[in-house]
Write a protein that binds this ligand. Structure first.
Ligand code: FES
Length: 111
């Protein structure tokens, strides 16, 4: 499979709200899309700690706080930003083409 074939279309850039996540479900992927500054970031929507959905979390800069137990992640890097989360959240490489957001499902985001 070539890298171009791995790109999965998610949504339009205009669909992504400011300071909130957008849940997008495509194929087997359920992800949360965020706009951080002028960059689009995509992470798994399912919190690594439990049933919380990060698309429903509170966003403060690069940090999203899960509204289930208030653990937090860095949206750009996927690193844990606050307990009780211990496992980083999966990030995806994002490409924007003609106003559409795509992810590479086999490649993490660049730091
Ligand atoms: Fe997200 Fe517990 S489910 S912090």
């Amino acid at each position: 499979m070539t890298p171009a074939n791995r790109l999965l279309p998610l949504c339009d850039t205009a669909d992504v709200p400011v300071d909130e996540g957008l849940q997008v479900a495509v194929d087997d992927f359920v992800v949360a899309v965020f706009k951080i500054g002028d960059r689009y970031c995509v992470i798994d929507d399912q919190c690594t700690h439990g049933p919380g959905l990060l698309s429903e979390g509170d966003v403060d800069g690069e940090i999203v706080e899960c509204n289930f137990h208030h653990g937090a992640f860095n949206i750009r890097t996927g690193e844990v930003a606050a307990p009780p989360c211990m496992v980083p959240i999966r990030t995806y490489h994002v490409e924007v083409r003609d106003g559409r957001i795509y992810i590479d499902t086999e490649r993490p985001a660049e730091p």
